[in-house]
Ligand binder design. Structure first.
Ligand SMILES: Cc1cc2nc3c(=O)[nH]c(=O)nc-3n(C[C@H](O)[C@H](O)[C@H](O)COP(=O)(O)OP(=O)(O)OC[C@H]3O[C@@H](n4cnc5c(N)ncnc54)[C@H](O)[C@@H]3O)c2cc1C
Length: 515
């Protein structure tokens, strides 16, 4: 058979390229399997994006399945543990305005509807504080696991903050040395096509790199999907306005400064500022709408946030233009896009790396045995990821549409009904009378489950209509039992867990037990 899919060529060596290579090579045992090769080609001249420091808990499973050592990850990627996102100033901009979107589901989630009982409590704590111990751990800078907890295991669900540049080099070494991925450092300047329109080879000078399946991980260049195939893009600027980022690395005032166990996203007049704590520095950046502020004003806003540490910045802020949106088709002919080449929108919930993991896993699971089967795999992939992009847009917009900030056109424009996707509008109507539930998000691997919507919805101060509350006494009793259980877990974990910095220091020196 001549049309077997044997040679996979990944173009691009950023996080998308190496994560995809790692998933494919480990799932298909490339090192010991003569039937299949994975080759990653990257340009020595085009730098990787070098940002993208917040991950999701899914990254733990992705790396564990590949055989990565979590202790090595922490040591070599300057990684810390992340348990949540904390949104500051999104509701009204007042000094006490903040809420959490933690990684752990609400207490007794799925068994008990906690919302009516919580909404009725006079002077109730924030929703996430009442139903999850994790915001309390974050506020106290606690780690999500104990010093004796083995690699990848957790007391509280967690992900990583990591140095994107170091992560790329770490993954490269692991994929090449442990998983049998071939690595070619060369700039691609042309594409050869077959009669059916498939890519037959990538050209570099007089050399050709042949393959059966090509994966475009070339970031904003999108060499294969946009430049070669000219696949149209779906713009999302009518819904999400942020189109520029300014990023800086901020040193700690002292080596003992606590490391936050969550990403902080602080609202500003034309966007928001991310603040990520790594063991050796913070990564901070302002994501803003260029239609609502100037670059000069944005830089002042960012440096103002950094405060006293601004004088010790190693470099001036780096500007990164973003074109918010995604491809209309992700898999075309024998080429599939993963990572920024497939699309990018503001990193408000750090979903880009998670989407890369999901893309790589679906390609690995559905890897077509023959060229004939590839169109079936492509169709499934395209439908699945169009759905996912739409859900990401909905979920990010939810953070803006419920805001009551009045201080700038950015926030007012974000609430204009014509900027809100229809599906989100409908759900918001339904949620006045019942909380977000599983039937609102029916796919098996929803990118944001109903629990995430609950955290953001009630964190942003959305008030359910009391007339719709369940009148069943046992519902109330079960909800109050869940609140008490959460208080007990909070006290137990606060007393038993080390600080984020203590745990990281221990891992760097002694490592974690491997499973
Ligand atoms: C400001 C900002 C903040 C972000 N924050 C987060 C976050 O917190 N969490 C998250 O999950 N994601 C985040 N992201 C997204 C994340 O950074 C990316 O999804 C991730 O790094 C993957 O990038 P990539 O590999 O697709 O592209 P890149 O890193 O840009 O890699 C592109 C690769 O293609 C190669 N290449 C290009 N042209 C050629 C050529 N002609 N020949 C050969 N090779 C070529 C380059 O050499 C490079 O190796 C953020 C992005 C931005 C812009």
């Amino acid at each position: 058979m001549t049309d077997r899919i044997r040679n996979i060529v990944i173009l691009g060596g950023g996080s998308a390229g190496w994560l995809t290579a790692g998933v494919l090579a480990s799932e298909h045992c490339v090192k010991s399997n003569p039937e299949i090769t994975v080759t990653l080609v990257e340009s020595p001249d085009v730098k990787t994006i070098g940002v993208g420091e917040g991950t999701w808990p899914s990254m733990r499973e992705t790396l564990r399945r590949m055989g990565v050592s979590e202790s090595d990850l922490v040591r070599e990627c300057d990684a810390s543990f992340k348990q949540a996102s904390k949104f500051v100033g999104w509701v009204n901009g007042q000094p006490d305005d903040h809420y959490y979107h933690p990684f752990s589901a609400p207490q007794d989630y799925g068994d008990v509807n906690l919302v009516p009982a919580w909404a009725e409590i006079d002077g109730a704590p924030g929703f996430a504080d009442a139903v999850s111990f994790q915001p309390h751990l974050c506020e106290k800078g606690r780690a999500p696991k104990q010093i004796v907890t083995p690699e990848f295991a957790a007391v509280a669900n967690y992900a990583y903050h990591l140095d994107a540049g170091k992560f790329g080099r770490f993954m490269q070494k692991f994929c090449v040395e442990q998983l049998g991925v071939r690595h070619l450092l060369t700039h691609i300047d042309g594409v050869d096509t077959a009669d059916n329109g498939d890519i037959s080879a990538l050209r570099t000078g007089d050399d050709r790199i042949e393959g059966d399946l090509f994966i475009d991980c070339t970031g904003f260049s999108s060499i294969l999907m946009t430049r070669h195939y000219q696949i149209p893009r779906v713009s999302t600027t009518d819904v999400l306005f942020c189109d520029t980022a300014l990023a800086v690395q901020v040193p700690y005032p002292s080596p003992d400064t606590p490391i936050t166990s969550h990403t902080v996203a602080t609202a500003r007049e034309a966007g928001w500022i991310w603040d990520i704590g790594l063991p050796t520095r913070r990564g901070v950046g302002y994501v803003y709408s260029s239609a609502h502020t100037s670059d000069e004003q944005a830089e002042r806003t960012l440096l103002d946030y950094v405060g006293e540490q601004a004088v010790s910045l190693p470099a001036s802020p780096r500007k990164i233009p973003i074109t918010p949106g995604h491809l209309e088709t992700f898999w075309h002919k024998n080429c599939v896009a993963v990572g920024i080449s497939a699309g990018f929108i503001e990193p408000l919930e750090a979903s880009a790396l998670a989407l890369i993991e999901m893309s790589a896993q679906m390609i690995a699971d559905d890897l077509p045995a023959t060229r004939e089967l590839m169109d079936v795999a492509a169709d499934r992939f395209n439908k699945r990821f169009l759905y996912r992009w739409d859900r990401i847009v909905d979920f990010l917009k939810l953070h803006y549409v419920l805001s009551r900030r009045e201080d700038s056109d950015f926030w007012l424009d974000n609430r204009r009904p014509d900027t809100v996707p229809d599906r989100l509008m409908e759900l918001l109507e339904l949620w006045r009378y019942r909380p977000p539930g599983r039937r609102d998000f029916p796919q098996i691997e929803e990118i944001f489950p109903a629990a995430s919507y609950q955290y953001v919805l009630y964190g942003m101060g959305f008030k359910p209509d009391p007339s719709a509350h369940s009148r069943r006494l046992d519902d109330r009793q079960a909800a109050h039992a869940a609140f008490r259980a959460n208080q007990q877990l909070t006290a137990k974990y606060l007393s038993g867990l080390p600080s984020n910095r203590e745990l990281i220091r221990h891992v760097v020196t002694h490592g974690m037990k491997r499973v």
